[in-house]
Design a protein around this ligand. Structure first.
Ligand SMILES: C[S@@+](CC[C@H](N)C(=O)[O-])C[C@H]1O[C@@H](n2cnc3c(N)ncnc32)[C@H](O)[C@@H]1O
Length: 244
């Protein structure tokens, strides 16, 4: 198994094309263990954080929803349950993740799409809600992904994300990098014989903007921050923006 994943994260995460190639290879390796590792890495808290994300969204009659980097589709399914008269789609780069999502979904109202956050296969101003769990940090080019989210949302549309979050101060950044490198490395070694498989989380966060810069990137594209909540001392965050 592990022979297929011999990529060193930092060699690939710095440029959009190589990052996308790296992610496709990484998540093809991780897919069969993804649901288990998400529980293990989060000490079983992942579901609660995702429920918080869903709860932070407003009451809407029949919204058109897109879940970015949907993986095995848990947030997509939560959207379909929360808005039974709406439409939920999940988009992901990795066929192996989507295959598991499809297997776990008995709801014909949900559509899964193979594609990239870099170029959303949606009409301009056609969506009411865009979500993402551990999504934006994996975008090949973050600014391009936020531009795309701004393009596909209607005015008043909601964008809500759960992800690891980078503190603004250097000491906080060093501590969170160390914790993630250690915890991800441990599970990577245990499940795949390779610490880089989940150690990549720390590396991708290193190259990601801190919380204040991330907020500004959304605000620069006409979004307004509506709510934000930190978990695990700020190692993770759920944020919701509204498009002006
Ligand atoms: C950490 S998983 C998150 C899965 C799920 N959203 C969750 O909350 O558990 C990251 C997902 O991002 C996907 N991904 C990576 N790069 C992507 C891209 N450029 N466009 C769309 N999905 C991408 C991967 O295939 C993977 O399924």
């Amino acid at each position: 198994m592990i022979a297929r994943f011999n990529l060193k994260p930092m060699d690939y995460l710095g440029a959009p094309e190589s990052k996308q190639t790296f992610n496709r290879s990484l998540f093809a390796e991780v897919a069969p263990k993804y649901d288990f590792i998400t529980q293990a890495l989060s000490f079983g808290r992942d579901g609660a954080w995702k429920r918080h994300l869903l709860k932070s969204l407003p009451e809407l009659e029949a919204p058109q929803c897109l879940d970015l980097a949907c993986g095995t589709g848990d947030i997509t399914r939560m959207l379909a349950k929360r808005y039974p008269a709406g439409k939920a789609s999940g988009l992901d780069l990795t066929p192996a993740m989507l295959a598991i999502a499809e297997k776990q979904t008995g709801n014909a109202a949900i559509t899964y799409i193979e594609g990239s956050m870099a170029e959303l296969p949606c009409k301009t101003a056609s969506l009411d809600i865009v979500t993402g769990g551990y999504a934006l940090r994996n975008a090949p080019d973050l600014n391009q992904a936020i531009d795309e989210i701004a393009r596909v949302l209607r005015p008043g549309g909601q964008a809500a994300f759960l992800d690891f979050s980078k503190p603004v101060n250097r000491t906080g950044q060093r501590i969170s990098h160390f914790l993630l490198k250690f915890w991800g490395g441990f599970w990577g070694l245990l499940l795949h014989g390779n610490p880089d498989v989940y150690g990549y989380i720390a590396d991708s966060l290193k190259l990601y903007p801190d919380r204040a810069v991330l907020r500004k990137r959304f605000e620069d594209r006409g979004f307004q921050l509506c709510s934000s909540r930190k978990f695990f001392g700020g190692l993770l965050q759920v944020v919701r923006f509204e498009k002006g």
